[in-house]
Design a protein around this ligand. Structure first.
Ligand SMILES: [Zn+2]
Length: 320
């Protein structure tokens, strides 16, 4: 099914009542109508009481009158076109279909993995659809349709307690109108929802990419912390390398002078903190850091006279 067919549904869902008349349904959906009904997106509703004349091409819309048919004794629908006169109307021409908002939300939830049930927050305009895990987090999902000047305040108030919820709206145009009315991430169903093999599909990857863009400022912080930690580890490695070098020199010097090498005491964490210009808790956090293998190696060597005397200095290519 082509995306245009679904776009027509979303466009109509943004009007009230979201109705399609018989002539439109044939023109827009053709053979696709039964599939849309089966998916729960459209449902047949009460027949129309007006119909445009289909013969003269002038588009006169006439009220349907039910007149007693003399021969059969039944009441049948007629219109009176100013151009063509009185004509009987086939009941098929009066059929109407409504876009079923609840049915649409159920189909979308199934395709998108949104756990409901959906509940109406503002009658006919705003729903809490449910929750979905997108971008590795549980998100509240809302849906708004037919938002206009008269009900906008109510819809905005209905969303106020959930500024981080994702707000689904009908069309791209509607999303653009919504703009920055609320802090919510606003996404149009148009372009996200499709139909493949008779089932609704939902482009979760698009939502996740939009969420990733939004999450960049918060994602950057741990990266900065990471860089900060790496710089501290490097400073401590440098301080320990200085210490090991001095200890090695001292060991050889004392061995030459006295015959027995002497070990310089390993600096305490407090000493290292002072040498490297950071706090003692920084030092313990760095020593515990998974990536600080080189630092822990030197920290251990500093206690072992034999290893210190065998130590050939810091390798040129540092392994991180
Ligand atoms: Zn006519």
């Amino acid at each position: 099914m082509s995306p245009e067919l679904l776009s027509r549904i979303w466009q109509r869902l943004d009007s009230e009542p979201p109705l399609f008349f018989a002539d439109e349904v044939g023109r827009h959906f053709g053979d696709g109508l039964a599939g849309l009904i089966e998916l729960g997106l459209l449902s047949e509703t009460a027949p129309s009481s007006c119909v445009p004349c289909w013969d003269c091409g002038r588009g006169f819309v006439s009220r349907v009158e039910f007149l007693l048919h003399r021969r059969t004794g039944t009441r049948r629908p007629y219109i009176n076109c100013p151009e063509c006169g009185v004509k009987e109307v086939s009941p098929d021409r009066l059929k109407r279909w409504m876009v079923d908002a609840a049915g649409c939300l159920a189909a979308i939830s199934e395709a998108a993995g949104i756990r409901g049930p959906a509940s109406e927050v503002v009658a006919g305009c705003l729903w809490r659809v449910g929750r979905a895990v997108w971008g590795q987090r549980l998100r509240e999902v809302y849906f708004a349709r037919y938002v206009h000047e008269g009900n906008r305040t109510g819809v905005v108030e209905g969303l106020a307690t959930h500024p981080k919820a994702i707000l689904l709206v009908t069309t791209n145009e509607s999303a653009a109108r919504w703009d920055s009315t609320t802090p919510n991430l606003v996404l149009a169903l148009e372009g996200i929802v499709g139909i493949a093999d008779g089932r609704p599909t939902f482009d979760t990857s698009f939502i996740e990419s939009r969420l990733a863009e939004l999450d960049v400022p918060t994602a950057r912080r741990p990266t900065r912390r990471r860089a900060d930690r790496a710089a501290k580890i490097e400073a401590l490695v440098a301080a320990l390398v200085d210490h090991l070098r001095a200890t090695r020199d001292h060991a050889f010097a004392t061995r030459d002078q006295t015959g027995s090498p002497e070990l310089l005491p390993r600096p305490s964490q407090q000493d290292l903190a002072r040498l490297a210009g950071m706090s003692k808790s920084d030092v313990s956090r760095c020593l515990a850091d998974e990536s600080a293998r080189e630092l822990r190696l030197y920290w251990d060597i500093a206690l072992d006279l034999n290893q210190i005397m065998d130590w050939r200095g810091r390798p040129r290519t540092k392994k991180r």
